[in-house]
Design a protein around this ligand. Structure first.
Ligand SMILES: [Zn+2]
Length: 158
């Protein structure tokens, strides 16, 4: 069975869903759609094309570990990590327009693509940069140890 795991944005913009495949979303996507006042659309989708499933703890842990390695962890919400873990569990392709999700999917060998664009070509690594003095750190460092200023993340130059 082939299918797709769908990110919120894919449903939010009301685009056509892939035909002839099973489409799965996470409880986190359901919550986001509810919050955006999309309950009516959600009900319609659930009645026809889409089913809701939760990822395994094991896959969630793996996604968290990998996100620390690539430096995507700060950019990914729990809902984002659930999507990746569910795609990993099911062996389905993940459809999302979020570049951090696509980046981590690529690093983990999970098939993923954007709904509009072809997806990113290569895996990149994030790093943190102090907003004050400009010192560079691994991506998970939030405060500069030199001047105490907050850092921001950016794509590491190769
Ligand atoms: Zn600093």
């Amino acid at each position: 069975m082939k299918g797709y795991v769908l990110d919120t944005s894919v449903l939010y913009y009301g685009k056509d869903l892939p035909q002839g495949f099973e489409c799965v979303i996470t409880p986190g996507v359901v919550r986001e759609l509810d919050k955006e006042g999309m309950s009516a659309r959600l009900e319609l989708l659930m009645a026809t094309r889409v089913r809701v499933s939760s990822p395994s703890e094991r896959s969630l842990r793996k996604v968290s570990e990998e996100s620390e390695k690539t430096g995507d962890s700060r950019r990914l919400s729990e809902a984002d990590k659930e999507l990746l873990a569910l795609a990993l569990d099911l062996g389905y392709e993940l459809i999302t327009d979020d570049y951090s999700i696509q980046n981590l999917a690529r690093a983990m060998g999970i098939p993923a693509r954007g709904f509009d664009q072809k997806g990113i070509a290569e895996v990149f690594v994030w790093q943190a940069k102090c907003k004050g003095c400009g010192k560079l750190f691994p991506a998970d460092v939030r405060v500069c140890d030199v001047c105490g200023t907050e850092t921001r993340t950016r794509r590491k130059k190769s």
